[in-house]
Design a protein around this ligand. Structure first.
Ligand SMILES: [Zn+2]
Length: 246
């Protein structure tokens, strides 16, 4: 079993002891959680996790290898969630779908405007606009040929640094039936500066500085979990969760 010390973050493989203590800090170590299932992760957590993945495997492998697809999708969703949090002044969370084929991720926030907890959720399909593909219209049109529930949102990550003619792209996309309730394109404009552009249902653009937006969310915890208590819904902050990198 893999364990991690919540204080010094030392990781250790321990056999035959289900409640080990850190030999250095003398605090109980935390057993590894090996699935993303039902975890709500903060934008900060998933964004920094991608950074750790790049440190561990190198940029090329971390950003292209199929085995890290979930982590990349979490990062893209995390950036989008960070933008939404900044735009709407609320705390969005990222959940990775681990069972169903779609959506790739779900974003949540807790709406307390009615006086009780109400979870608002956005279901996200993610697609990359890769370096070797010239035309982003093709990427979106391909996704639009499949059937999705109408509340689904398509999020395209522009990875190739090419300029985008949003008006032309929108016209092209709208020529065919669009199964998505929303289509967003996100990408990096410059070091530390992100943009998110909505083309469906209407045009909208929002730019944000990642470091500043993350700073505003510094009170947001890392991971939450949804609890079912009878008919009511509650979410609980989990404190230190040891999710080993893949
Ligand atoms: Zn320790």
């Amino acid at each position: 079993m893999k364990f991690c010390c919540p204080r010094c973050r030392r990781e250790e493989e321990i056999i035959g002891d289900t409640k080990p203590k850190c030999l250095i800090c003398d605090v109980s170590m935390v057993q590894a959680t090996n699935s993303y299932k039902a975890l709500w992760m903060s934008p900060r957590f998933v964004i920094s996790r991608m950074k750790l993945l790049i440190e561990k495997y190198g940029y090329q492998d971390a950003t292209t290898n199929g085995r890290f697809k979930k982590e990349r999708e979490a990062w893209t969703s995390g950036m989008y969630a960070l933008g939404l949090s900044e735009m709407q002044n609320r705390e969005w969370w990222v959940e990775i779908e681990t069972v169903e084929q779609t959506p790739d991720t779900r974003l949540h926030y807790m709406d307390q405007s009615s006086g009780r907890n109400c979870i608002q959720t956005q279901s996200i399909e993610i697609v990359d606009w890769e370096e070797h593909v010239d035309d982003p219209t093709k990427v979106i049109k391909q996704k639009c040929q499949r059937a999705y529930p109408p509340h689904f949102c398509l999020l395209m990550l522009a990875r190739n640094g090419k300029n985008l003619d949003v008006e032309l792209l929108t016209q092209e996309v709208l020529r065919q039936k669009v199964p998505f309730g929303e289509i967003w394109i996100t990408g990096c404009l410059a070091e530390g500066l992100m943009t998110m552009v909505r083309i469906v249902p209407n045009a909208f653009r929002f730019d944000f500085e990642t470091a500043r937006s993350l700073e505003k969310l510094k009170e947001q915890g890392d991971i939450m979990q949804k609890l079912k208590r009878g008919t009511s819904t509650e979410v609980q902050e989990l404190g230190f969760v040891y999710l080993p990198l893949p």
